[in-house]
Design a protein. Sequence first.
Length: 262
Amino acid sequence: MSSKAIREFDAKLPLPCWLPCAPAYAGTKPVTSTFVYPTPKVVQTPRDSDTNTATPDTQLPPFLTEKLVAKPDQLIKRRGKAGLLSLNKGWDESKAWIFGHGGKPVQVESATGTLNNFIVGPFLPHPSNTEYYICTNSQREGDEILFTHEGGVDIGDVYARAARLTITVNAPFPPRADVKSNLLAAIPAVKLAKFSKLGECVPMKVRQMQEDGHEDEHLPPLPPRVIYYSNSAKPTRLTNEPQVGPSKLPIKAIHTTEMDSE
């Protein structure tokens, strides 16, 4: 079985579309049609290596008047540790940071290459001890969930310390109590009470992965209020690097989901 890695921007797009459609398991309630998703607020900005230009300002959404986060979107892990994050800057400063890093050789661990694709979104300040991380992957024996209550730039090797829960092939999904005891035990009760939907989001995420036939999915660390958004503007010209799925087209109807722990 073959698999293909995709960008963070593309990986976020199925969440709002497929999470509400994931089959509900015993003890959970399906998402109703009355649930309203937030307005899109993240943009992908490919850099044209031939002309040294990116998506024109006139084609970008109005949220860029806020403080922003900019980072390369090229399958790079631990971008914060590599100094590849622009934080708490306006759009003009963020754009200057993108052009300052775009097209130049960069070495991240053992890999060397140029940065030509970036993702920009709102800056949401929060302490690192309020971040959570979840990963789901498909194995021969079944689907495995990895979860850690520790996030932030220093998250390090998640696989070495994450709590794990495996749903074996053809076995029923474990009850919500097992999900909490196996994966969420390290979260203080007062925080877990505020983040009550996390116990339901985890199984929905696995069901979505199963329905879509995905092999491995990671959610970036989840701060207290995380809103995943999608682009509403079409780039003028894509780079020669592989582009996957919806990022080739203008996205006008992709909505998002919100996770709130406060």
